[in-house]
Design a binder for this molecule. Structure first.
Ligand SMILES: Nc1ncnc2c1ncn2[C@@H]1O[C@H](COP(=O)(O)OP(=O)(O)OP(=O)(O)O)[C@@H](O)[C@H]1O
Length: 615
């Protein structure tokens, strides 16, 4: 039976259709509203952007007034001094407009960059704390794409698009008001046409947004695949898989292209419809205006002013319909990022838990543990396992591949919470301890060593960034890594390639061991820690590890039985359970699974372990 921990098990991120469906109930633009707290944090930038934006819009609205006055009072009365004065004024307005526009651009762009930077940091912070089950269910490329492409989309929206939208809203409202001031009659006819123009655009806009999201998701899919192939480039080349990969990527890109083209087509039609409807109605209104001019009920200046305002109003309405699409697009991107922020996960936060008390002795007790991975809940990987490791004891776990050894270590590290039974350290259930506090007490050398594309020094000090150069060197020496590191051109400062590709497997392993040595935690987990070493290095590292294990609770997983002979106890795991327990000598005598494994690896009879035989 599997206990469902009360936190929600993170599953795959929503698919395009899921999201579109959910979004339809929320009115997509609303997604951007969640950026409000970030905007509040940068109030000063928001105010500066708003002021410069409003100034630029108001100055644009003042220009037609000047034009009318000039036509009616200057040209028509051939008043040269008046014309000069007005041109000077126009020049001043132009300079002010230029300045206001420059300020608008600067503040709005700075605001967009600031907001998206903050958002990226928030999301990244969250991602780094999400539980293992989230990463089991989601592709890293897809997550990275949210941080890059979606964040960029929001940047455009919060900076340029939002400013265009705001400017056009001000222009539209201002121009409409001025149209009424200029000619109430003509304006009534013009505004009467607005609902007829806007209604079809709103309806059509929705389908455009749906298509845009599909295009975005298709692109994220292609990016995730590309990231996977790039990180596995050596395997791809070793298996001559370039063509297969290219074909698959081309298909993904094609799907993304097709979705983008469909979205662009809808958007093009939307733009055409917007322009036709808006300008069509304006031309109609102007026709009426021209007739009023001929009838002498409207001056030429007034008609020109009305004309300019109606072009401004129409132009801004048209731009609004375009940027509405952009904003909806960005709201979709914001939704995708906030979805990550909303991931609940199971990482136990500090506030909700109690720290392990005092210095941890490393008494590990596992009682009747049952566990199935969230992705395969029907298949129990750990099935009723109980185990006690006393402080300072070294226990080795061996067993066939897939028997659940690494899973057990993952559970000890608190990577998964959805298990039944209990795991306690020094008598305290690890589920009531914050993940951060728990992991402080555990050093681990995993099966798949992770090396970051930075200096060797930083790689070793990853778990203790404040470590001194001497401490780092001492840890490297204990892991038998000092000789090879010092032989590198830049020693400890040498930058290793991505995932440590410029190092050999054994060198990577020794850096991982040095990292664990430096962390100096009371509990040590070694998962095939010496698997990539040659016999000579294995012997050296083994010596270092023995020093490290001394006085620490150690759980060692090893396939090579020769590496576990010195353990205080050997546990044999099979199908999620401990099936045998003892020393090498006693286990070989039992003629069970261990004896069979031993016989497969070496002639068990010829291996002797004097200390244990004696024991
Ligand atoms: N993230 C995961 N999601 C779902 N199933 C998993 C996951 N990781 C491992 N498994 C499954 O759990 C079982 C136990 O795997 P585990 O890695 O613990 O075995 P192991 O004994 O450490 O094997 P090996 O000695 O080969 O490393 C396997 O059947 C494996 O397919």
């Amino acid at each position: 039976m599997i206990a469902q921990h009360d936190c929600r098990t993170p599953g795959p991120l929503d698919s395009a259709s899921d999201r579109v469906e959910r979004d339809s109930s929320k009115r997509r633009i609303g997604g951007l509203m969640r950026l409000r707290p970030l905007l509040r944090e940068h109030r000063r930038l928001v105010v500066c952007a708003g002021v410069s934006l409003t100034c630029a819009a108001l100055i644009s609205l003042a220009l037609p007034l000047a034009v009318r006055r000039m036509i009616d009072n200057g040209f028509s009365q051939a008043d040269g001094a008046f014309v000069n004065r007005y041109f000077m004024m126009l020049m001043t307005l132009a300079v002010a407009l230029a300045l206001a526009s420059a300020c608008r651009y600067y503040f709005v762009t700075a605001l967009g960059e600031r907001i998206v930077g903050d958002l990226r940091i928030m999301v990244f912070r969250k991602i780094t704390r999400l539980p293992a089950s989230f990463f089991d269910a989601n592709r890293s490329g897809e997550i990275a794409s949210r941080l890059t492409a979606d964040a960029a989309q929001i940047k455009t929206a919060t900076s340029l698009t939002a400013s265009v939208a705001l400017r056009n809203s001000i222009l539209c409202v201002g121009a409409l008001a001025m149209m009424f001031v200029t000619s109430p009659g003509l304006s009534t006819i013009a505004t009467g046409a607005i609902p007829l123009v806007v209604a079809p655009l709103v309806v059509f806009g929705r389908s455009v947004r749906r298509r845009s999201r599909a295009a975005q998701d298709a692109l994220a899919n292609a990016s995730a695949y590309a990231a996977e192939i790039i990180s596995g480039s050596r395997t791809v080349q070793a298996f001559n898989g370039e063509d297969v990969a290219c074909r698959r990527y081309s298909q993904d890109v094609e799907v993304s292209y097709q979705s983008a083209v469909v979205a662009a087509r809808s958007r093009a039609v939307l733009t055409a419809a917007a322009i036709a409807l808006i300008f069509g109605s304006i031309v109609g209104v102007l026709w009426i205006g021209a007739r009023s001019l001929l009838a002498g009920t409207l001056s030429a200046g007034n008609l020109s002013q009305f004309l300019i305002y109606s072009v401004i109003a129409a132009g801004s309405l048209g731009s609004l319909s375009e940027v509405w699409g952009e904003l909806a697009y960005a709201a979709g991107a914001a939704g995708r990022l906030f979805e990550l922020l909303d991931e609940e996960g199971c990482a136990r936060e500090k506030e909700a838990t109690k720290p392990l008390l005092g210095p941890v002795l490393g008494d590990v007790e596992i009682t009747d543990l049952h566990f199935a991975y969230p992705g395969a809940p029907e298949r129990e990987v750990i099935r009723g396992l109980s185990l006690r490791v006393a402080p300072g004891e070294t226990v080795a776990i061996v067993g066939p591949s897939g028997s659940g050894k690494s899973t057990l270590l993952s559970l000890l590290l608190g990577f998964y919470d959805g298990y039944a039974g209990s795991i306690a350290i020094d008598g305290r259930d690890i589920r009531s301890t914050a993940s951060e506090d728990l992991r402080k007490e555990i050093s681990v050398v995993p099966q798949d060593v992770t090396i970051f594309a930075t200096s060797i020094k930083e790689n070793i000090a990853f778990g203790r960034s404040e470590a001194t150069r001497e401490e780092i060197a001492a840890a490297a020496a204990k892991a038998s890594g000092d000789v090879f590191i010092e032989a590198l051109p830049n020693g400890y400062e040498t930058i290793v390639g991505e995932r440590g590709l410029t190092l050999s497997g054994g060198q990577r392993q020794r850096i991982a061991i040095a990292r664990a040595v430096l962390k100096d935690a009371p509990i040590l987990l070694l998962d095939e820690a010496t698997a990539s070493l040659d016999a000579e290095n294995e012997r050296l590292v083994q010596l270092g590890l023995e020093g490290l294990m001394n006085g620490r609770t150690t759980i060692v997983i090893a396939h090579r039985l020769a590496t576990v002979l010195k353990a205080d106890r050997i546990l044999v795991m099979d199908q999620g359970k401990i099936v045998e327990e003892g020393t090498h000598a006693s286990l070989t005598r039992q003629a069970g699974l261990y004896a069979r494994l031993a016989e497969l690896q070496f002639n068990a009879a010829s291996i002797s372990c004097p200390e244990q035989d004696a024991a």
